[in-house]
Design a protein around this ligand. Structure first.
Ligand code: GTP
Ligand code: MG
Length: 139
């Protein structure tokens, strides 16, 4: 049985441009239930820890700088087959390759400012959910 939840994050650029409402509407329309939600701002160190799997890559420092440049919305989302279905809903990492009707096609500005993050494996979904939310915040 595929993991029934995923962790998502609306990135600073999308928050700055007031795309939060339309993105949440797309998430609800795709049948994800919001189990936990928080607006917060990451420190550079927290962004480095969140994206630690990319440590050493040439875009890592820029990415962490950007991810700590403004507020983000963290979301714990419940749905059967959540991880795969959510990656389909958000579309390709590179907005030039993102499919019609996806969140990134509509709201990404560039490869870095691509509007939204979605966990890519059960291990990362769990790690990222624990990063943002304790058990009392998940309903
Ligand atoms: P996330 O959901 O944000 O993790 O994106 P992803 O899983 O589709 O892509 P990946 O985990 O490989 O990369 C994490 C983030 O780093 C991406 O969402 C981009 O914002 C950024 N990124 C990835 N590759 C590049 C790159 O080649 N150049 C730049 N500037 N940024 C990149
Ligand atoms: Mg990723």
């Amino acid at each position: 049985m595929p993991l029934g939840y995923t962790l998502a994050m609306i990135k600073p650029s999308a928050c700055r441009k007031n795309h939060v409402g339309p993105i949440l509407a797309m998430i609800n329309q795709a049948d994800f239930r919001i189990s936990a939600i928080r607006s917060t701002k990451l420190t550079k160190e927290e962004a480095e820890r969140f994206y630690e799997m990319h440590r050493g890559k040439e875009f890592y420092d820029d990415l962490c700088e950007f991810m700590s440049s403004g507020s983000i919305i963290a979301l714990l989302l419940e749905k059967e087959n959540a991880i795969e279905d959510f990656r389909k809903l958000i579309g390709n990492t590179n907005p030039e390759m993102a499919e019609e009707g996806t969140v990134r096609k509509r709201f990404a500005e560039s490869l870095q400012k691509n509007a939204i993050h979605g966990a890519d494996s059960p291990e990362n979904a769990k790690r990222e959910a624990d990063f943002f939310f304790n058990q009392r915040e998940r309903y």
